[in-house]
Every structure is written in structure tokens, then in C-alpha cells.
Design a protein around this ligand. Structure first.
Ligand code: C5P
Length: 231
């Protein structure tokens, strides 16, 4: 089974306060996009990667991905993303070759997710379990609140998972979910859930943390002071 990976990199990353879109921020000499695409290309059975980049940054994304595509011998297509994350998914998914019947969707913001995580997610996708997400147990106690901040519930922490990407899908089920429930989604698996199909959570990893705030970026710099494969 050929796997197609969508790398979503079209967000502005306004919460990071950087002068470039988040995927183009460098850590240890490599952009977040570069880390994410390299992990995708290192995973098993990947036949194609499609990157959704901000419309003005398509050429910059090609500069990042072309050497990686050549090094791994796997095509990487860069396309302009959309206004919302779900629009970027739809813009990218149509470029996947027909033989890629399994799709992994990955946020470039989770740049340090390992290829082992891609493999674990992909291996768990089946016809009966058409959506698989990595997730980690939650350490904080979580409260649900009303509009005034009053607590209305305390979910059982043992049953909660903080989910990450890459998320894996049978391609046809992903397309059906997006067609049925629209493009506005922060989590594609949530759309498959709404279709009434099974979504499985497999073990995530701390490396797959999302770079959102300046604190997250500081953590990334601490963990990756210098990318050993950067020129
Ligand atoms: O904004 P947030 O960090 O939740 O975005 C998650 C991922 O989705 C990021 O990697 C971002 O680049 C991507 N994204 C996108 N197109 C958008 C918005 C976000 O590809 N319109």
C-alpha cells in the first residue's frame, strides 16, 4: 500500500510572533518544514508528499523540499494552502496520486515527530479502523467550563488523550468526511468520528509536540541546538 503524506505548512503562526510563517522558522539551521518533510520521507512505504504552503511562500517551500525530494528519491509537490487548515487539507489531498490509498496528515508545526511515529500510525490503519491518531495521556486535570468560567464537569483523566499528528486515514473515508462536514476542522479525525466510523488512538510521543508559542520554540532550540544533517 502506497502512503501519501500531506504536510500542512500554510498557517501564519501568529501566536509565535516570528517575522516569517511558522514553517519557515529555523531551529538548529533547518526550517520546521524541513524537519517535518524529512521525517515523512524517512517513513516506510511513503510514495509521495504534498506540502501546503502559504501562497506567497510556495517558491521558498520548493527551495526547502527539492533537495530532500532528490535525496530520498520521492516526489514532493508544493501547493498553495487555504484560509483554514481544512482548506489546506483539501488543496493538498487532490494532488495525491491515485495509488496512495492511505493518507497521513501532518502539521509542519509538529516538526520533530519521528518517522517511527509515522510508521506506527500507518501500520494501525485498516478498512475497519479507517482513522488512527497518535495521542498521549493527559497529565493535568481537565475541567469543562461554561461561558462565565464556572466548572460544569471534570472528565475522567484516565480516559483523556492529547492527540497529535501525523493522523492516518483511508483516503476515501477522509474525502467522505471532509465532503460531509466541511473544511473547518482542527482535527481531521474528528470529522471521521462524526461519520460514525472507528477512530483509534495509538501511542504518541513527546517529540511530536507542537511549536505554537515562543516557549515552544525555546524548547525546540534546546532540544535541537544544531541539526547534524544541515549544511
Ligand atoms: O494554527 P495551527 O498551529 O493550529 O496549525 C496547525 C498546522 O496547520 C500548522 O502546521 C499550520 O501551518 C497548518 N495550517 C495550514 N493552513 C492553514 C492554517 C494552518 O496548513 N490555513
Amino acid at each position: 500500500m502506497a502512503i501519501g503524506v500531506l504536510v500542512l505548512a500554510a498557517g501564519s503562526g501568529s501566536r509565535l510572533g516570528a517575522s516569517v510563517p511558522k514553517a519557515f522558522v529555523e531551529v538548529g539551521g533547518t526550517t520546521l518544514l524541513g524537519y517535518a518533510v524529512r521525517a515523512a520521507l524517512s517513513a516506510r512505504n511513503v510514495g509521495c508528499v504534498v506540502v501546503a504552503a502559504p501562497a506567497d511562500w510556495v517558491d521558498a517551500a520548493i527551495d526547502v523540499t527539492e533537495p530532500l525530494s532528490r535525496a530520498y528519491g520521492i516526489p514532493v509537490q508544493v501547493v498553495p494552502g487555504g484560509a483554514e487548515r481544512g482548506d489546506s487539507v483539501l488543496a493538498a489531498v487532490r494532488w495525491l496520486p491515485a495509488e496512495c490509498d492511505l493518507v497521513l496528515i501532518h502539521d509542519a508545526a509538529r516538526a520533530f515527530a519521528t518517522s517511527a511515529l509515522f510508521d506506527r500510525v500507518a501500520a494501525a490503519v485498516t478498512a475497519d479502523t479507517p482513522a488512527v491518531v497518535p495521542g498521549e495521556p493527559v497529565v493535568d486535570t481537565i475541567k469543562t467550563v461554561d461561558g462565565n468560567g464556572f466548572v460544569v464537569g471534570t472528565p475522567n483523566r484516565a480516559l483523556l488523550r492529547a492527540v497529535q499528528t501525523p493522523q492516518g486515514f483511508v483516503r476515501d473515508v477522509l474525502l467522505e468526511a471532509h465532503a460531509a462536514y466541511g473544511s473547518v476542522a482542527t482535527d481531521d479525525a474528528g470529522l471521521v468520528e462524526r461519520l460514525g466510523r472507528q477512530v483509534l488512538v495509538v501511542a504518541g510521543e513527546s517529540d511530536a509536540f507542537k511549536v505554537t508559542t515562543p516557549d515552544d520554540l525555546a524548547r525546540a532550540h534546546r532540544l535541537h541546538p544544531r541539526d547534524p544533517s544541515a549544511p
